[in-house]
Design a protein around this ligand. Structure first.
Ligand code: 6PG
Length: 470
């Protein structure tokens, strides 16, 4: 008897997704170069998973068309897996890359396999270890025909939000990996905003981690509710095993990255879509890693003026402003991500429907939150919405709750306290930039015309103009 799906790469993601499939009644085959991982899967699945030490036997154990999902590190390892599999595959077989591959690599691999009539599916997989085990969000791109074959299996194992599976066909080519890349960009943005919030509560309000975690816990039950806010609560409370201090105080303040956030910003620059909150998050991770320079700067410029003294009586009301500022920050981060997706879909002809993206992000993934249901509704009302902030009910919510003035107050308080709040500041300028009516770009146009005869357009007549400068 042959199995309906094989998994290559039995690290945490591959193994957990395999166990998830078994829970849903699918018999799977597993393969990994590391024999101990092969054995671990066999044991953990109590023998249900057939796992193999040889790739030939592994492929042979699968029913046709062969469906092979792999979770190997992005880049060269993916090409290597494909090379090794190729001689063992036939027309109509389906390869699924579940990792965080760069979308252009996915396009290249799809072209390479097209001649051999082998399907190559790029599948963004979000939700980390526990998502893979109990229900991830799956962003699938490539040939629709292949997706239809995989659909029942993927729907069974994915997370569910309001009863709907958090998996869907995102679009042609590398659409699945592209959507996952933008997901990660949004993930970076929200994480940086939360970190800046924490920094404010810690350094300006001088609250301890217990108080701050209580605050986040409260927020996670309100409109701000979302996975990243939720997990911050136990993180802030976690004690270090070795000392009696908090773990947080023992961790080096350097934020590492695998690259997907920076790819999002690079793409946004390329397609000329403003995504400043995401960019700021990438920049602040980069800044955090400049350890030596930071030390030197700290010695040279450690001239903190005294921060404004905030009486404890106003702390609660400031915490309210903080919450609203964070909410607007998060809304703007989603808005930036979706507008990038909209442009990319047009530009690369992916055919992405933003409503579907919002729908499958509501559960299972790292950026899942209550606000995504509002986003889904916005795109369902208007599939062509160019920016979430233009949705009447979202903009109404921003106005009714005075989110902008809270963001502004939070920014000015932080600035006078010398706090680095790049993500919040760039969010505020994003917002102000969009709504101010007239930007100083007219001056830039004339400078361009002055030094390079680049011409300009006028507000009072059609056409292209040039001035002969003295
Ligand atoms: C997910 C995550 C995951 C990603 C990590 C690490 O959706 O489950 O996005 O895919 O690998 O978040 O990313 P960085 O190392 O770049 O922070």
């Amino acid at each position: 008897e042959k199995n309906p799906l094989g998994i290559i790469g039995l690290g945490v993601m591959g193994r957990n997704l395999g166990l998830n499939l078994i829970d849903h009644g699918y018999k799977i085959s597993g393969y990994d170069r590391d024999n101990s991982k092969v054995r671990a899967l066999k044991e953990e699945s109590q023998g249900v998973a057939s796992s193999f030490d040889s790739l030939e036997e592994f492929v042979h154990s699968l029913e046709s068309p062969k469906k092979i999902l792999f979770f190997v590190p992005a880049g060269q390892p993916v090409d290597q897996v494909i090379q090794e599999l190729l001689p063992l595959l036939k027309e109509g077989d389906i390869l699924i890359d579940g990792g965080n591959s760069f979308y252009q690599d996915t396009e290249r691999r799809q072209k390479q396999l097209k001649d051999k009539k082998i399907f190559f599916i790029g599948m963004g997989t979000s939700g980390g270890e526990s998502g893979a085990r109990h229900g991830p969000s799956l962003m699938v791109g490539g040939d629709r025909e292949a997706y239809e074959i995989l659909k029942p299996m993927l729907e069974a194992i994915s997370a569910k939000a309001d009863g709907e599976p958090c998996v869907d066909y995102m679009g042609r080519g590398s659409a699945g990996h592209y959507v996952k890349m933008v997901h990660n960009g949004i993930e970076y943005g929200i994480m940086e905003l939360i970190a800046e919030c924490y920094d404010f509560a810690h350094k300006v309000l001088q609250w301890n981690e217990k108080q701050i975690s209580d605050l986040f816990e409260q927020w996670s039950k309100e409109e701000l509710s979302g996975y990243l806010i939720e997990i911050t609560v136990p993180i802030l409370r976690k004690k270090d095993d070795k000392t009696d201090d908090l773990l947080l105080n023992k961790v080096l303040d350097v934020a590492r990255q695998l690259g997907t956030g920076a790819w999002t910003s690079e793409e946004a620059l390329k397609l000329q879509i403003p995504t400043p909150t995401i960019d700021a998050a990438v920049v602040m991770r980069n800044l955090s890693s400049r350890v030596e320079e930071r030390k030197e700067f700290n010695n040279q410029f450690d001239t903190h003026s005294s921060p404004p003294v905030l009486e404890p009586t106003v702390h609660q009301s400031i915490a309210q402003e903080l919450k609203k500022a964070l909410f607007l920050g998060i809304i703007c981060t989603y808005a930036q991500g979706f507008s990038l997706l909209r442009e990319a879909s047009k530009n690369y002809e992916f055919g992405i429907e933003l409503e579907k993206v919002a729908k499958i992000w509501r559960g299972g993934c790292i950026i899942r939150s209550k606000f995504l249901e509002k986003s889904r509704m916005a795109f369902s009302k208007n599939p062509n919405l160019s920016n979430l902030l233009l949705d009447p009910s979202i903009s109404q919510e921003i106005k009714e709750n005075n989110l902008v003035s809270s963001l502004r107050k939070f920014c000015s308080l932080s600035l006078s306290s010398e706090l680095p709040i790049y993500a919040f500041l760039s969010t505020l300028s994003y917002f102000d930039g969009f709504r101010c009516g007239r930007l100083p770009a007219n001056l830039i146009q004339l400078q361009r015309d002055y030094f390079g005869s680049h011409t300009y357009e006028r507000v009072d007549s059609q056409g292209i103009f040039h001035t002969v400068w003295e």
